[in-house]
Ligand binder design. Structure first.
Ligand code: SF4
Ligand code: SF4
Length: 130
């Protein structure tokens, strides 16, 4: 099972569904929605793709349907080393790393795409992306 992020235009679906299914090579592939967030532009889903489905093919099909699709990664911050300088937040285009109103670092793990832009920016070398 591979966890995938999907950012989908609003017009693509009508209601929130606990399962998210698409046609792939003539077969119906049903994923499990782990999280859904709706914005004015569309929706951000985190889904689990079944282990018998090629995740790269799933991503290709979803991209051809107009969605942004990418594997979910896991960003981990060593809190013992982090000085909450915010350098990483300036590099993260997906709001996986943000500072809250009290300037404390917040990690939104479900948003991480694994781009690793944050790791080089950290002066304390305390970010790991899996
Ligand atoms: S750049 Fe490193 S030290 Fe600074 S807030 Fe981010 S994780 Fe913490
Ligand atoms: S790997 Fe990319 S998406 Fe994930 S936290 Fe770092 S900058 Fe953000």
């Amino acid at each position: 099972m591979v966890r995938v992020n999907l950012i989908i235009p609003k017009s693509y679906f009508e209601t929130i569904k606990p399962k998210f299914a698409i046609e792939m090579n003539g077969e119906t592939v049903t994923t499990t929605v782990i999280r859904s967030t709706f914005t004015a532009d569309g929706a951000h889903f985190v889904v689990d793709v079944p282990s018998d489905v090629d995740p790269e093919e799933f991503i290709r099909v979803m991209s051809s349907e107009g969605a942004k699709a990418f594997r979910r990664a896991l960003v981990v911050v060593d809190r013992d080393l982090c000085i909450e300088c915010g350098e990483c937040t300036a590099e993260c285009a997906y709001e996986a790393l943000v500072l809250d109103q009290d300037f404390h670092l917040v990690v939104n793990k479900d948003n991480c795409t694994g781009c690793r832009a944050c790791t080089d920016a950290c002066p304390r070398h305390c970010i790991t992306v899996h």
